[in-house]
Every structure is written in structure tokens, then in C-alpha cells.
Design a protein around this ligand. Sequence first.
Ligand code: AMP
Ligand code: FE
Ligand code: FE
Ligand code: ZN
Length: 301
Amino acid sequence: MNLSYVDLHCHSTASDGTLSPAEVVQLARRTGLTALALTDHDTVGGVAEAAAEAAKVGLDFLSGIEISAEIPAPATLHILGYGVDPTSPALVELTRQLIEGRDNRNPRIIAKLNEMGVAVTMDEWHAEANGGVLGRPHLAAVLLRKGYVSSIKDAFNKYLGQGSPAYADKEKLTSRQALEMIRASGGLPVLAHAAQLRTENDAQLDTLVRGLVDQGLAGIEVFHSDHDAGWVAKTMALAQRYDLLKTGGSDFHGTNKKDIDLGLARGRRVPRAMFDELDDACRAARRRRANPPAAAAAGTN
Ligand code: AMP
Ligand code: FE
Ligand code: FE
Ligand code: ZN
């Protein structure tokens, strides 16, 4: 048995993390992890760099992406897509749609801030994102630098978070669309941080997850920085009930989330087996796509 550890959920400068993809991989190596999946929001822009660095330093690597799907507020529904092929037409189309959703939202956030007397521009947001996907944490960093807030957290509480005055929603995919597009991109969809679904009881959580399973969900994140022992147990039980892959990750964002360390999900480490089982399942999914079962391919009439 391999007693090493991994991290299957982290962000780089390709989205709203503060370390470059190569730096995240180097940090993983220094931390003693043996495998990593990069899961930037709405982009696989960091995957090639991370994969190349991982090969260089001898770390196993899996491509990934994190997508936000439609769900009534205040819930958050994030789907991780593992093993997606960055060059597949489905993935290119998926990320195009996701970025379009942001491009429609971002100027509305700036307009709201300006109306409140906060002097900040799209140009400053772009500069902060430095070529990566524009995320609210970048804007929070601009607000912090300009002295409008005392921390990133404060920026979300005061202005940018759901329910705060400069919040603006972006158009999201339905969960069905998100799951289908991840599968069409050669990947496997996994429910991220179920605690953020903000369900009121176990029955509600079960119904929600069962619905996702019917739509093609392949796994569920068990270890995550938002998961206390209760959530770990709940998600473990759901994985058993619906025969889902179990995954885990820190949701590391560099200094944009100062309380999260790479490789640690609320003090828990993520066992190597979670990477191996996910990686095997991704390979099997790719094989099935390349060679559909004969019966299905032949059809009956
Ligand atoms: P965006 O994808 O641009 O809507 O930004 C969402 C990202 O902002 C999340 O992935 C988190 O990294 C961060 N975020 C959202 N809500 C908060 C919050 N209340 N406090 C700190 N960071 C947050
Ligand atoms: Fe983020
Ligand atoms: Fe998330
Ligand atoms: Zn994340």
C-alpha cells in the first residue's frame, strides 16, 4: 500500500490562485505530495504548464477544471471535471461559454462599486488577473491594495460576496449541462465541497446528490477545507450509497486564501489511493470513449 499523499483540488494564476501552475507543482513536491490535480475555475489554461513541471519533478498529475453550476442562492454548486482533454472541442466550447458568463458579469460588478463611490476599473481587474480568468479574488486584491478593505475576506463581506451590495450573478450552466460537457470533454464529473450546497438536512442533501448521479455524476469530494468531520462522514456515506469515487483536496488558492495550505483539507491529508482510483477511472472513461461497447455501436436498427 502506498502511504503517500496528494491534493486533487487547487488553483493557480490561470484562475484565482496566486502561484503559477509550475509553482503549485513545485510546492506540492516540496510538501512531499506524490500527485496533484489542478482545478482552476473555468479554464484549463494552467494544465499544460503544470503537467510539464510535474513530469520534470516526478509528480503524478491529472488535468482538472472547476465549474460553477446553477442552484438557488445561497447555495453554491461546484463541479470538478477530472481528466478532461484540454484540446477536445467540447472543452474549448465549455470554457468559451464560462468565460462569456464572466465577461457579462464583471462590468456589472465594477458599475455597482463605482456607484458606491469605490474607484476601481476593469483595467485594474485585468491587470491583477495578469492573463488568467478574472475572478472576484483578483478584484478583492485590488480593493485591498487601494485601501478600500482590510483583507480579501473583508472585500467579500463588504462588497463582493453573495448578498453584499456589489454582488452580481453570472449566467451559469445547469448541472446537467456541466456534467454532460465534462464527460464530452473526456473527463469525469465530481461534486465539489458539498457543504457549500447549504442543505438543511440529510434528506435534502441525498435528493440533490441522487439527482446529480442520475445526470452522470462520477464522484464526490470527501476531504475539503470546508468539510468538518460531519461533512466528511456525510459525503463518505453518499459515496457508498451511490457508488461514487471519493476525492479530496485543499482548495488551495495561494495567498488569496491565507488559511488554506496545499495538501491539507482542514488538517486532513488526502490519501494517494484517491488519486489512483480517480486516475484509473479517468483512463477507463477515455478507453470507453475511444472504443464504445460493440452492442451500443452496432445498435439494433
Ligand atoms: P468568481 O469565480 O469570480 O465568482 O469568484 C469566486 C471565488 O471567489 C471563489 O472560488 C472563491 O475563491 C472566492 N470567494 C467566494 N466567496 C468568498 C468569500 N465569501 N470569501 C472569500 N473568498 C470567496
Ligand atoms: Fe476560487
Ligand atoms: Fe469551489
Ligand atoms: Zn476550488
